[in-house]
Design a protein around this ligand. Structure first.
Ligand code: ZN
Length: 406
């Protein structure tokens, strides 16, 4: 009895592995016949036929492209990947904004929905918002959940990726919330949860500037600060899956500013978008001059307002920006010395600023590097504010179709 169960499991595992290999080949080769699949995989012809039939008729992932040339016998049917029939959802669950996209299976974005995050209302309210974003994306295209292979979601914080539990998110003040389970109960499709900055790195590695790079770092400089690292071609997860909490590296042990994580002197507390906005609002002279120059009330001053005031020549705004950028450059230089990346890609809200951000940052990083390290390339992340959603699409597509991300 036990043996029979084992055999059944084995054969199901084999079917899954073979399906993944065949699907990967069809995607890579663009046009391929069953006979070529048999030759390339070494699988028996009936096995290939059974899997192909399922991919064509049940899963809608492969279609018949045309009839090929005959070599004397019956002309072969040429198969191709069918990226347009099914879809994938990607969500960037940020502390200020929820960005959701619907894409085809080539990760081409077809639709986008954004909502301001209602995080003050608590976990359940945010779950409701995510469900709402997913439903809006489907209803706008008149799709039901069966047309979507899965939903990938990026969350800031420490996660148990396999269980889909957010172990700790200082941005949301969540501890041990079962995000995957709670979303799966509401949205009828597989849900994949991952740290938002690691997804930025995955997005760059799969579709962006990291495609041909073996060692690079993506720095997420936004509401919080984090880093996604690719070392020797592999995205780093860490022992518990918590790697990349770069923002909680101590950069000033004497700083009185308390970070979201409860400690003092963290990089994030001194250089994130949130900290720049707070520094401006809490300094009476700076707050007055920035609010007058940019015509916003003091409680509406955001990091981008401070950068705008800096661009317009406000000295107090410039001092706040330069201080934050100095800390960020200390942190990034430390990463370069530790990991020796060839490229640093910087994304997140702060990276959307112009010279007033980039010039002091790149100069600050280079000035802190040992001379040979100064060759490292410092560039904006390719997908800018879309990096996390692109990564979330890559995560689902790899899990279900096998992108062979490596
Ligand atoms: Zn911290």
């Amino acid at each position: 009895m036990v043996k029979r169960v084992t055999q059944k499991v084995d054969s199901e595992v084999m079917i899954r592995i073979n399906r993944r290999i065949i699907l990967q080949l069809i995607r890579q080769k663009h046009m391929i016949s069953r006979a070529e699949l048999v030759k390339l995989t070494g699988l028996a012809a009936p096995t290939v036929s059974r899997i192909v039939d399922r991919l064509v008729n049940e899963e809608d992932l492969v279609r018949y492209a045309r009839i090929g040339d005959s070599n004397g016998g019956r002309p072969p049917v040429i198969l191709e990947f069918n990226p347009k029939e099914k879809h994938v959802l990607g969500i960037d669950l940020g502390a200020t904004l929820i960005r959701g996209v619907l894409a085809d299976l080539d990760a081409e974005i077809e639709m986008e929905v954004q909502l301001q995050t209602d995080k003050e209302q608590g976990y359940q309210a945010v779950v409701n918002q995510v469900v709402n974003v997913a439903e809006k994306l489907l209803s706008k295209r008149g799709l039901d959940a069966s047309k979507v292979i899965g939903l990938g979601i990026g969350v800031p914080g420490l996660l148990d990726k396999a269980k889909g539990i957010v172990t700790f998110s200082s941005a949301f003040n969540w501890k041990n919330v079962k995000l995957k389970e709670d979303l799966e109960a509401r949205i009828g499709m597989p849900i994949f949860v991952e740290n938002s900055t690691r997804l930025m790195a995955l997005g760059e590695k799969t579709y962006g500037q990291g495609k041909d790079l073996r060692n690079f770092i993506v720095v997420n400089a936004g509401h919080g600060i984090a880093a996604g690292t690719v070392v020797e071609g592999q995205l780093t997860n860490g022992g518990q899956g918590f790697s990349g909490e770069f923002g909680h590296m101590t950069v000033d042990p004497n700083s009185p500013i308390i970070c979201d994580c409860g400690r003092k002197g963290c990089l994030e507390a001194l250089s994130s978008g949130r900290s720049i906005a707070l520094a401006a609002r809490q300094n009476p002279d700076a707050a007055k001059s920035i609010s007058e120059l940019c015509m916003v009330s003091i409680d509406r001053i955001e990091a981008k307002t401070v950068f705008e005031a800096c661009r317009r020549g406000d000295a107090s705004a410039e001092a706040i920006c330069l201080k934050a950028i100095e800390y960020l450059s200390i942190g990034v230089a430390n990463l370069v010395h530790l990991l020796d990346p060839t490229h640093i890609l910087i994304g997140g809200g702060l990276s959307l600023n112009r010279d007033e951000f980039w010039k002091p940052l790149t100069a600050g990083i280079r000035n802190r590097l040992m001379v040979p390290n100064r060759e490292v390339k410092i560039l904006p992340a390719e997908f800018k504010e879309y990096d996390t959603v692109v990564g979330s699409l890559a995560m689902v597509l790899d899990s279900i179709l096998g992108l062979d991300i490596g």
